[in-house]
Design a binder for this molecule. Structure first.
Ligand code: NDP
Ligand code: 2IT
Length: 448
């Protein structure tokens, strides 16, 4: 029989052969495979049941055409996708991303990671992800609505409150979820909780908007406290200025830290006095403007073009909350030079494998995305629970549960790392704890 390492290499080679150009998906698989060898050694039944080869193949990928009419009456066509990755732990659950960079590889990496993340929440949800290469930037509200209605006309055939429950991600916020939900309801005559992240007036959950950013800071605070530190008095840099970034910044400030910079895909604002969250929300959520507009409205802020991770000033904690592979090896080395001692991920896979190696070589406290940003999907599962019981919880009730969930995730990660003889290796703790739960559930269900 093959050793655990031989088995891992053999399955990885098959994945590579099947999709040599799926760079992001291969990266996500490699990162997991690099850390789970001890779990296979301890549980040889995973090899006997060929769990890995089944785990890396999505149960289903649906692709469809999305035709829609723009403001000039021209017919536009985008690609639509839903990757139903793994349903061992529950119905497929995961967001929709609208961004021109969306490809099957990106959605497969996101669906793969979602499966593990959802396992860590301890809630009954499987993994999925979807979206489109549609670019919402610069579109009118009517164009966004036309697109969302066409996208849902196709997607509604494949989803359902007990089958597959989408939510938001990059480019999909409250406005888009509203249009998508409206069209689902129109086509199905159903008010069911088939989407999460719904506006509160439409059976959404209080606290869902804040959940990913707040959850990231709760998780990171747990990790800091386990190492005798906390956010109080710390200088923090957050990348992005969307849903996750805004509420991460808000919670860091509540915990006594100061966020000195945040970014968008063109550049970043640097403000030694701390990002003004009220102004940031107004610029991004109401004005739907770029960060240059923030700098124009705030004297202490300076706008710079380029990546915020090239910033060369001393600070303590980095919270990447924009997109995949936003921190490469060179930028990770810059973080070390800046005396950053903690990196915790709001975005999915924001650090390249080489960047993670730099964190580990320099003993940086590392919060991997699958654990650190799980607060969003966990609160989505709380929204599903409220929808199923036709009730509403208060903001405090939801927030309390979110804090409890993030605490439990960190405790599981810490204990698992110790149990496998890798005390303090949070990446191994995350990957092993989440993998074992999914693998066991797959074995119970036979060869499916
Ligand atoms: P938003 O669309 O609200 O914001 C995205 C932010 O990231 C924007 O500031 C955007 O800048 C920036 N960004 C996007 N793409 C790029 C890029 N290619 N290069 C540089 N900057 C980029 O999305 P969210 O805040 O919801 O999502 C942010 C990250 O968090 C994503 O990785 C997402 O998968 C992850 N996540 C989201 C959850 C959620 O509940 N929403 C839950 C868990 C993880 P610009 O405006 O210039 O495009
Ligand atoms: O990456 C993620 O976890 C999300 N975009 C949220 C998914 C969800 O179903 O709430």
């Amino acid at each position: 029989m093959a050793t655990a390492r031989e088995y891992l290499n053999e399955v990885y080679e098959k994945v590579e052969k099947r999709g040599p150009h799926q760079r992001e998906f291969l990266q996500a698989v490699k990162e997991v495979f690099d850390t789970i060898e001890p779990a296979l050694e301890k549980n040889p039944q995973y090899m006997k049941w060929n769990i890995l080869e089944r785990l890396v193949e999505p149960e289903r990928i649906i692709t469809f055409r999305v035709p829609w009419v723009d403001r000039d009456g021209r017919i536009q066509v985008n690609k639509g996708f839903r990757v139903q990755f793994n349903s061992a732990l529950g119905p497929y659950k995961g967001g929709l991303r609208f961004h021109p960079s969306v490809t099957e590889s990106i959605l497969k990496f996101l669906g793969f990671e979602q499966t593990f993340k959802n396992s860590l929440t301890g809630l009954p949800i499987g993994g999925g992800k979807g979206g489109s290469d549609f670019n919402p930037k610069g579109k009118t509200d009517v164009e966004i609505m036309n697109f969302c209605q066409s996208f849902m006309t196709e997607l509604q055939k494949y989803i359902g409150p007990l089958e597959d429950i989408p939510a938001g991600d990059i480019g999909v916020g409250g406005r888009e979820i509203g249009y998508l939900y409206g069209q689902y309801k129109r086509l199905n005559g159903s008010q069911s909780g088939v989407i999460t992240g719904k506006p509160v007036a439409m059976n959404g959950s209080l606290g869902r908007t804040e959940a990913t950013g707040y959850g990231l800071v709760y998780y990171t605070q747990e990790m800091l406290q386990a190492n005798g530190k906390s956010f109080a008095g710390q200088k923090v840099v957050v990348s992005g200025s969307g849903n996750v970034a805004i509420y991460a910044i808000e919670k860091v400030h509540e915990f006594g830290g100061t966020v000195i910079a945040c970014s968008d895909s063109d550049g970043y604002i640097y403000d030694e006095t701390g990002i003004d969250v009220a102004l940031l929300k107004d610029v991004k959520e109401n004005q739907r403007e770029r960060l240059t507009a923030y700098a124009e409205q705030k004297e202490s802020a300076a706008y710079h073009e380029g990546s915020v991770w090239n910033l060369a000033v001393p600070y303590d904690i980095a919270l990447p909350c924009a997109t995949q592979n936003e921190i490469d090896e060179e930028q990770a080395k810059q973080l070390v030079e800046n005396h950053v001692y903690c990196v915790s991920e709001g975005a999915n896979m924001p650090s390249t494998i080489e960047a993670i190696e730099v964190y580990q070589a320099n003993n940086i406290y590392y919060g991997p995305a699958k654990a650190a940003n799980a607060g969003g999907v966990a609160t989505s599962a709380l929204e599903m629970a409220q929808n199923a019981q036709h009730g509403h919880w208060t903001f405090e009730q939801v927030d309390e549960q979110l804090q409890e969930i993030m605490k439990n995730i960190f405790a599981t990660v810490e204990t698992t790392a110790k149990e496998y003889g890798m005390d303090g290796n949070y990446l191994a703790g995350v990957n092993i704890a989440s993998f074992v739960k999914v693998a066991d559930a797959m074995i119970f269900q036979g060869i499916v």
